[in-house]
Write a protein that binds this ligand. Structure first.
Ligand code: AMP
Length: 216
């Protein structure tokens, strides 16, 4: 199965995407994670992407499309896309790429929550500097403060989770990514999920939705 998870920043795509991909045997293709890894390694893509990411703006379409093309080509087992596409041009690039590869998107899941919930989640978020696992000061704190439950790494606040950057990311979402809803609503595998529940509740809803969609 090939699926796409999209929705505003802070809605839980990363957390749920990781869990879902593991449960369904799919490759988790998280654009933000791939870009952060490129920044960490200091590759040419990472160097170019960093200033856009630090400002909460979108990295140029051709750059992210190149990264995703390689990642899709390497995921024969099926993929769960998270964070790509983020605008209409990228959605059209994805369609063209998949058609060229003789593949298709089976399910498109839109995760949604009100903006005050998103700001609340983003402003308390902590991520592991080593493995990228995500925690929240209040809603899902680590067992030991400052230490990752998964790998023991150090927990940090993401550079782009600072308040002014969060505002820029939400603006970019409203202006560029939200219009994708109209693009994907017509897709036969489209599902809309309310992402306001607890992580486990949202996970169960998503898993059910994807399983149902894969059976069609
Ligand atoms: P995320 O981890 O998904 O919140 O992404 C973090 C940042 O990476 C975004 O604010 C953008 O700067 C960049 N980014 C992630 N996905 C894309 C994309 N599809 N197109 C352009 N930039 C992206």
């Amino acid at each position: 199965m090939n699926a796409l998870l999209f929705g505003p920043p802070g809605v839980g795509k990363g957390t749920q995407g990781k869990r879902l991909a593991a449960a369904l045997g799919l490759r988790h293709l998280a654009m933000g994670d791939m870009l952060r890894e490129a920044v960490r390694r200091g590759t040419p893509t990472g160097k170019l992407a960093k200033r856009y990411m630090d400002a909460g703006e979108l990295v140029p379409d051709e750059v992210v499309a190149g990264v995703i093309r390689e990642a899709i080509a390497a995921s024969e087992e099926g993929f769960l896309l998270d964070g790509f596409p983020r605008n209409r041009t990228q959605a059209e690039m994805l369609d063209a790429m998949l058609a060229e590869m003789g593949r298709r998107l089976d399910c498109v899941v839109f995760m949604d929550a009100p903006e005050d919930v998103l700001v609340d989640r983003l402003s308390g978020r902590l991520v592991c500097a080593a493995c990228g696992a995500s925690f929240h000061r209040q809603y899902s704190p680590p067992a030991k403060p400052g230490v990752c439950d998964v790998c023991g790494g150090k927990l940090i606040v993401r550079e782009d989770d600072r308040e002014e950057v969060v505002r820029a990311r939400l603006r970019v979402y409203r202006e560029q990514t939200a219009p994708l809803l109209a693009y994907y609503e017509r897709h036969p595998g489209f599902v809309r999920v309310n992402a306001q529940g607890t992580p486990d509740e949202v996970f169960n809803t998503l898993q059910e939705a994807l399983t149902r969609c894969a059976e069609v």
